[in-house]
Write a protein that binds this ligand. Sequence first.
Ligand SMILES: Cc1ncc(COP(=O)(O)O)c(C=O)c1O
Length: 398
Amino acid sequence: VNTNAWPFAEQLLRLASAGSLPTSTGNRDLARQSRLLVDFSHGDVAAFPPHPRVLADAVAAFSDPHSAYSPYRGHGSVREKVAANLKPLIGREIDSEAELIITPGTQAGVYLALSSLVGSGDIVAIANPDYFAYARIVTYLGARPRYVNLRSSEGVAQLDIEQLKVALAEGARVICLSNPNNPTGAVYDSAQFREIADLCERWDAYLISDELYSRLDYGGVPIAHAWSTPGLGHRSVSLLGPSKTESLSGFRVGTAIAAPQVIDGMEQIQSIVSLRAPGYSQAVLAAWLEEEPCWLSSRVEAHREIRDAIVSRWLEIPGLDVSTPRAGSYLFPRLPALAISPMELFAALRNDAGIIVTPGAEFGPGGEESFRINFSQHAEVAIAAVNSIAEFIARVAR
Ligand SMILES: Cc1ncc(COP(=O)(O)O)c(C=O)c1O
């Protein structure tokens, strides 16, 4: 943002000061250049297309004049179906009238939740590393991110509870995290969420739990959901949507589940920002989570195969630290010592090999030596690119 060119509002200038724009995704101009081998900054919906039913549902919605407009929180019939279909996944009943809102993407859900609960001067505890949007929105709102370190062991996420206690003692009243974690793919189990629930109870705090990737689950430790964690449901916002596992990112729909007064607050903000989630996309959302079980399991298995192939290739690179994600489609390796800076390596990968990765610094302090890839790609393309990355690293390793 050129601050001299226009009288921009203070909050936009704050956002500009929070760092450069995150690595953009879906750059079609770049994709048209024949040099682009793979854009690892987001999943490839051509490699993993939406369920075939989606097209018919979208066309039917478009032909129905009633689907265009909905109440701000979304069509009642769609909320009813989504609430019923979410129950087996997240383990607790949802009152579709009072406890659920349909948003234009999970991203909007994060924004509505944070802007309902956080004001200027507040402190928000954010897991580190975590999805870059949380700190950016918090900064935009005039609040301060307070990072709490996240470690993982065998794919189980462990938030540094001592650091979280300090953050709460310093005044944080909202905690924001993704489960599964973007970028590491580690998952918080129910024991971790119960600890967080106890702290929220003690400090009268709220958890915003972004559970967008919880369906891309490779098994093992069950992924905890805030809504069904005892003592946490009424103190949390759970965010879920069909953008990732179901490849519906282009429809811009998501859902948020929370106590009625929080949903009311989020709806107030939605009514001045976007009015509602796109009506036609809401109609597509109605059948979300109703795919045949084999559709989901084959999608998960295909991702598991790509994940394992990449991890085993990267384990051959001396000094590269990579762990196997328990869920989701991200890998977050840490580079070995290099003769050039990590940013120079990422630029070389982009310019010389047509490979886009997301710099680790975008996910929080200390991420400078790491990078993220989204492995929801055509397997052969991803493996070829991963081999190239390995060759680039070998060339500049110290
Ligand atoms: C953790 C997380 N939350 C939210 C989003 C935004 O997703 P949506 O397309 O549902 O807005 C993303 C997108 O990458 C994400 O990684």
